[in-house]
Design a protein around this ligand. Structure first.
Ligand SMILES: C[S@@+](CC[C@H](N)C(=O)[O-])C[C@H]1O[C@@H](n2cnc3c(N)ncnc32)[C@H](O)[C@@H]1O
Ligand code: SF4
Length: 394
């Protein structure tokens, strides 16, 4: 074996991500691989559900040799707006998955849903199709802010969606964003209190960021001052804590027993097969860790997937990049990581990160205890500075 070869003693847990790329309308802040259906379709033309499901099935089949014999622990159907797909389509999709991969009996199966994209009772039908967890893109309950974000739904639809989800699912998540155009501290508090009134088992709260190649990047809206954004985050953490949710990751808050298994696997540098337009995957082998990307444009993806050729890029992660990639994920967790997990997931010796760990400890950005490393309060607040200590030298 060549010196410097990775040595993975065991493979990490495996999850499956499925991307459904269409939305009713592209939001001006969004840089996800999401496409306005109306922009490319003839008026009134329905989503090509069946053709897309055929493509996903072919994509999954072509990927099977890469995950042979491994069990899938969670499935995440993300988007785009997966709730635009009918419950019958989701039922077929999950049937296609179960027929081809070994899915753990109690696997978490999440579906992203947008308010305003469903008729009443659709969420129950998703539950019956096998979805165990719904993640609703609420963003805000304030009509003015929803409008500023270019969302297709209003407050009433957001409230109806959450009520519907709470009735149909034992566990569900609400996505909120803060530091929105024109938002005050009081507005943010009102949003959080409204969300908490539904006793959600899980909340994801993201700071609105202006992403390159979005309408907001081109025409930036006026955003609250940075000090206000920090104060909003403090208040969010305080209010969620009082309501019994723990901030277990930078943007994720959960009650006991309701942490997102699928996302935890990303943050713990687990493996995931990603199928669907533009989906990313990370797969480990005995001596390498590979990243794979599918064709991004939905129609091109469908063509290529049916031809067994959906992957447009497959690259091994450079040995030198593994520490930073691991830390980009693991340090987002309040509880950090076990040093042994670093060795298992990257195949590298601890000596490869010892100098950076020493420096991080000297700067007060991490705490080390009994074989574990976790970000300190300060490290959590200045996470990118902490993660940057693990960047390769070239
Ligand atoms: C994959 S997205 C899409 C989910 C769903 N289609 C929706 O928009 O409701 C998941 C979440 O990322 C968050 N998000 C998207 N763009 C963001 C941005 N520019 N800044 C902060 N959060 C963002 C939103 O909260 C969104 O619900
Ligand atoms: S609905 Fe979600 S995925 Fe679609 S454009 Fe808006 S933020 Fe992006």
């Amino acid at each position: 074996m060549r010196p410097g070869t990775l040595q993975l003693q065991s493979l990490p847990p495996l999850s499956l991500y499925i991307h459904l790329p269409w939305c009713l309308k592209k939001c001006p802040y969004c840089d996800f691989n999401s496409h306005e259906w109306n922009a490319t379709a003839a008026p009134g033309e329905p989503l090509p559900e069946a053709a897309y499901l055929d493509a996903l099935r072919a994509d999954l089949e072509a990927s099977l040799p890469l995950i042979w014999g491994r069990t899938v622990h969670s499935v995440f159907i993300g988007g785009g707006t997966p709730s635009l797909f009918s419950p019958e389509a989701i039922d077929r999709l999950l049937g296609d998955v179960r027929a081809r991969v070994r899915l753990e009996a109690d696997a978490e199966i999440t579906l992203e849903a947008n308010p305003g994209t469903f008729e009443k009772a659709r969420f129950k039908a998703f539950r019956q199709a096998g979805v165990t967890r719904l993640s609703i893109g609420v963003q805000s309950f304030n009509d003015a802010h929803l409008k500023a974000l270019g969302r297709v739904h209003d407050r009433a639809q957001a409230l109806a969606a959450v009520e519907e989800a709470a009735g149909a699912f034992d566990t569900f998540n609400l996505d909120l964003m803060y530091a929105l155009p024109g938002q005050t501290l009081a507005d943010n508090e009102e949003d959080v209190r409204t969300a908490l009134a539904f006793a959600p088992p899980h909340l994801s709260v993201y700071h609105l960021t202006l992403e390159a190649n979005t309408l907001f990047a081109k025409y930036p809206p006026e955003l609250p001052p940075e000090d206000d954004a920090w104060a909003m985050l403090d208040r969010i953490t305080e209010l969620t804590g009082q309501a019994g949710l723990q901030r277990y990751e930078v943007s994720a808050y959960a009650r006991d027993g309701h942490r997102c298994v699928h996302n935890l696997n990303y943050w713990q540098f687990g493996d995931y097969l990603g199928i669907g337009a533009g989906a990313h995957g990370k797969l480990s082998f005995a001596h390498r860790v590979a990243r794979l990307v599918r064709a991004r444009e939905p129609r091109l993806y469908m063509e290529r997937a049916l031809a067994g050729d959906a992957v447009v890029s497959a690259q091994d992660v450079r040995r030198a990049d593994l520490p930073f990639e691991f830390m980009l994920n693991a340090l987002r967790l309040r509880e950090g990581f076990a040093l042994q997990d670093f060795v298992e997931r990257t195949g590298l010796p601890l000596s490869s990160i010892e100098p950076a760990l020493k420096e991080a400890a000297a700067q007060g950005l991490i705490e080390r205890e009994a074989g574990r490393v976790c970000p300190s309060e300060r490290g959590f607040d200045f996470l990118s500075d902490l993660q940057a200590l693990f960047l390769p030298e070239n």
